[in-house]
Design a protein around this ligand. Structure first.
Ligand code: C2O
Ligand code: CU
Ligand code: CU
Length: 466
């Protein structure tokens, strides 16, 4: 992106047959039928991106995880009108890592992302020491966007934002990786880096390999971990990223995920979403105690560039942050409308109606584009206590990366979490949030639940940094 004219992303309608036997579904994409290209930018450079909107709806495009000013961030205030365009110069100054971009259009984020408005944004740092990880993009370094979808019998994308779909978030029973149903990746028989993005609207994944092989996590949302962390299972909530290194020297295997039962009111919600989410979608093949995400086959003709993992990852962010100057409580609420009288039931029956906020709120207030909820001071750090109500919520803050101190009563070790911009909170978490980029009243930063139906229906607030 920092070379020549950069990239032009044209939001447009497309059509795509997602699996064999499916008829072409109507989709959205950035310059392609579904999703958008992988954007790559270098730290220290300026990434030039032009957005052109060929849809008949407005589209705001947000750079998720980027440390850029509010005026560049692509929040709901920066929607591009149908037929219009806009150019952004993003000054990249943050750790190398796996970030992404997606629609953030007021009230339409969930549906537009579901239809395809999302893509990867990778940052490289030419000044940082080489961590010694697989890094040949598309060969032993694979960005993988995991998304669940529902298909009609003909293979059309089905989206429903009403009823329990809104309460629990839209979940599908077919899993796509980079837009493909149960794809097979051909990999060299050595170490391979997988950049996993949970680009789903609401589904939480618990990834593991069918043959039980372990793997190492080497990066989280905001860049490298200080050393590889060995594990057998990885949980990723919507919006989160993790880079893992897997050893394929003993052959291929399948990547699976355990079921996600995150739903309001526990069992009832889970039951409802199972009933409503069912249908004639191409069922995912089940194995062990999970469902298939994708599989890996070793290509013996390919030589692995890396066969051993470094003990430490030089250049990883160290997580040092200033002492917090303020403590703030952020309460994520699902029952706001109950107090307002009928709002929640109205929402459950009818889904989102025009501009009227849904039943969700933060600190008692549903999202309001014209209201500033938090005024933070540039150059300071705050301690945020995030508490939930009803179900687990992946909490996200724009314009920064934060440090997770504890989650649901467990102290978190920076060595295993790294810098984050989404944290899954079942009950309560404390995070240290630094504010290093400015945002004014016209173009504030958002903070919200990354279950996109919750975000669209009011579980979002706005913040200035000055
Ligand atoms: Cu990934 Cu406010 O978004
Ligand atoms: Cu974001
Ligand atoms: Cu939520």
């Amino acid at each position: 992106l920092d070379q020549g004219a950069g990239a032009t992303l044209e939001t447009r309608a497309g059509s795509h047959a997602f699996y064999e036997g499916a008829s072409a579904a109507t989709t959205l994409g950035y310059g392609q039928n579904y999703l958008g290209p992988i954007l790559r930018a270098r730290r220290g450079g300026t990434a030039r991106v032009s957005l052109a909107n060929r849809l008949d709806a407005p589209v705001a495009t947000h750079w998720h995880g980027l440390h850029i000013p509010g005026s560049m961030d692509g929040g709901p205030q920066m929607a591009v009108a149908p037929g219009a365009g806009l150019t952004r110069e993003l000054e990249i100054d943050q750790p190398a890592g796996t970030y992404w971009y997606h629609s953030h259009t007021h009230g339409l984020t969930a549906e537009q992302v579901y239809q395809g408005l999302a893509g990867f944004f990778l940052i490289e740092d030419p000044e940082a020491p080489d961590p010694g990880l697989p890094d040949e993009l598309g060969v032993d370094d694979l960005p993988l966007a995991v998304q669940d979808r529902n298909f009609s019998p003909e293979g059309h994308l089905r989206y429903s934002s009403g009823g329990m779909m809104m309460m629990n978030g839209m979940k599908g029973d077919a899993i796509l990786v980079n837009g493909a149903l149960r794809p097979v990746a051909s990999v060299p028989g050595g170490l391979v880096r997988l950049r996993l993005l949970n680009g789903s609207n609401a589904r939480i994944y618990h990834f593991f390999f069918e043959d039980g092989r372990g793997f190492h996590q080497v990066a989280s949302d905001g860049g490298l971990l200080q050393a590889p962390v060995a594990m057998e299972r990885l949980t990723l909530a919507p919006g989160e990223r993790a880079e893992i290194v897997v050893d394929f020297s003993t052959g291929g295997t399948r990547l699976l995920s355990a079921d996600d039962n995150n739903a309001m009111m526990g069992m009832m919600g889970g039951m409802m979403s199972r009933i409503m989410g069912g249908g004639s979608s191409p069922d995912n093949i089940r194995g062990a105690d999970g469902f298939e995400i994708m599989s890996f086959e070793v290509d013996p003709a390919r030589r692995a560039a890396r066969t051993s993992l470094p003990a430490t990852l030089p250049g990883a962010p160290n997580g040092e942050m200033a002492e917090p100057v303020a403590r703030r409580r952020i309460s994520l609420e699902m029952m706001h409308g109950m107090r307002g009288g009928g709002g929640m039931m109205g929402g459950m029956m009818g889904g989102r109606g025009g501009d009227s906020p849904g039943p969700f709120s933060i600190n008692g207030k549903p999202y309001d584009m014209g209201r500033i909820d938090v005024a933070a001071k540039l150059g300071t750090t705050e301690l945020w206590e995030v508490v939930t109500d009803g179900m687990a919520h992946p909490f996200h803050v724009h314009g920064t990366s934060f440090k997770v101190l504890n989650v649901d009563g467990r102290a978190m070790d920076f060595a295993t979490t790294g810098l984050k911009d989404v944290v899954l909170v079942r009950e309560r978490a404390e995070i240290l949030v630094p504010f290093n980029r400015p945002a004014d009243r016209q173009t504030p930063f958002m903070f919200h639940c990354h279950i996109l139906e919750h975000e669209d229906n009011g579980m979002m607030g706005q913040m200035t940094v000055s």
